[in-house]
Ligand binder design. Structure first.
Ligand code: PHE
Length: 463
């Protein structure tokens, strides 16, 4: 029998999977959604969904990986010959995400370098970010450096590369997040409208705001929470199948999955504690109206600038933390592709990694040039304007990922039946906590929710 690499222990697996889950989404989207969608209300829905919907999908993918000991590209076919196409999509998704995640990783690296060299104030100037991404050579260079960092870790293998890097990076990340979050709570600022404090900002995040709550708003909040959770747990990207295939048969899957979810949710909430109060104190509620690159690369540098010298140190710590979060996520997408190439084409890890690096490099350059030489804009079916990066993001996250997730629900819920996953979790005597709930979720509730999420891709938003 061929020997498959494996994680050294459950801690290594949990930290690697949490490293994948904790990424840009936790930092630049979760806090924004929580502030936009009525604070505590969003949090409550998010937690309920994490314990039901997220838990069921995550468990299914990890169990499929461990049972088949195969990569995403080859695993689905093994469950049922008619589902081989799901494996192809589950391998295509990380191939699409990797180049643009790398490009963004390069932006983060640039900001980290800017702050660490004491030039953080420049990053707060108007037009700095646009000026940077529309320049030609530097974003490409930074993207390539970020890509090579991932390549080095993946070349090291599951044990000596991914697991070792995660065991170092994740604890440091948590410490950085905690320091910045505590600092953020101590902030205050005198404005014409009175003093704004960090604790007031915190209430925006945690206290449920039911004012003006309509059914429509509730539905939007629910969809926001679900879409965020889905992306945040790295579900339907082939990643959890790949990582699951490296988990030893004696690991307690149920316990590990709970730990991964707790880790991911904790970092998301702490990112909220880090960002919402700081932005509120220096920019007021209006500052909280941007998410994604706008929040991270435009608003936050302005916030750091207002804190004077301390802000420059906190800024350097913040971008170091984001860099770590992005790196472990990018490593996991690369590994999903590398494991697929390895299993399907019987390539050595080294060769599979080099091929994926070349593919990611070529498309990363194209993504970077999408802001200058290859610049064009189109309108997506959901109404937003998009460049090359946004088009790739839309196609993978809004179209392909829900399809893979729905197909996984049908496969697990109705073809191999939920018993396949339950038996896999219980096979070494470990407990499967929410069996009934899991069965109902994966058979009926999750596919319906996912289908509604999929339809959102075509819902025209006026804003
Ligand atoms: N879970 C990641 C996040 O929250 C998403 C992700 C993981 C994206 C891996 C790409 C690759 O940002």
């Amino acid at each position: 029998m061929k020997k498959r690499s494996s994680f050294g222990g459950s801690i290594g697996f949990v930290l690697a999977a949490a490293g994948s889950a904790v990424g840009l989404g936790n930092i630049w989207r979760f806090p924004y959604l929580a502030a936009k969608d009525g604070g505590g209300l969003f949090l409550i829905l998010y937690l309920i969904l994490a314990l039901t919907f997220g838990y069921s999908l995550l468990t299914s993918e990890i169990a499929i990986g461990r049972k088949t000991k195969e990569s995403p590209l080859t695993a689905y076919k093994e469950l049922h010959p008619r589902f081989g196409w799901v494996g192809i999509l589950a391998c295509m998704i990380p191939m699409i995400i990797m180049p643009y995640y790398t490009a963004i990783g390069g932006w983060v690296l640039k900001y980290f370098m800017t702050f660490i060299t004491g030039s953080g104030m420049e990053a707060a100037e108007d037009g700095y970010f646009t000026g940077y991404i529309t320049s030609v050579s530097e974003p490409i260079t930074m993207g390539i450096i970020f890509l090579f960092l991932c390549t080095i870790i993946v070349l090291g293998g599951v044990n000596k590369g991914i697991e070792r890097a995660s065991k170092f990076i994740m604890p440091v990340l948590i410490v950085l997040v905690l320091i910045i979050a505590i600092f953020s709570l101590t902030l205050s600022n005198k404005t014409d409208a009175g003093v704004r404090t960090g604790l007031q900002g915190l209430s925006i995040l945690f206290i449920p705001d039911f004012s003006g709550l309509t059914i429509g708003k509730f539905f939007t909040t629910l969809m926001d929470a679900m879409g965020q959770l889905f992306f945040s747990l790295s579900i339907a990207m082939g990643i959890m199948v790949a990582y699951g295939s490296y988990v030893s048969d004696d690991t307690n899957l149920g316990k590990s999955i709970n730990e991964i979810e707790i880790f991911d949710t904790l970092v998301a909430v702490l990112a909220g504690v880090m960002i919402v109060p700081a932005v509120y104190v220096f920019m007021g509620r209006d500052g909280l109206s941007s998410s994604g690159p706008g929040l991270m690369f435009i608003s936050l540098p302005k916030v750091f600038a207002q804190m004077g010298f301390t802000g420059q140190i906190i800024g350097a710590m913040f971008f170091a933390m984001v860099l770590f979060a992005a790196l472990t996520s990018a490593v996991s997408i690369m590994e999903a592709v590398v494991s697929s190439f390895h299993d399907y084409f019987h390539l050595k890890r080294r060769h599979a990694t080099i091929i994926e690096t070349i593919i990611a490099l070529v498309f990363c350059v194209i993504v970077c040039l999408g802001y200058n030489k290859f610049y064009f804009e189109i309108k997506l079916p959901n109404g937003s304007t998009a460049q090359i990066l946004d088009i790739m993001d839309y196609f993978s996250n809004y179209i392909l990922m829900p399809i893979v997730a729905i197909a996984t629900c049908i496969l697990v819920g109705h073809i191999v039946t939920p018993k396949y996953v339950i038996d896999e979790v219980e096979k070494n005597g470990s407990k499967f906590g929410r069996k009934r709930l899991f069965t109902v979720m994966i058979k009926y509730v999750a596919p319906v929710l996912l289908f509604i999420l999929f339809l959102q891709a075509f819902a025209f938003k006026s804003k």
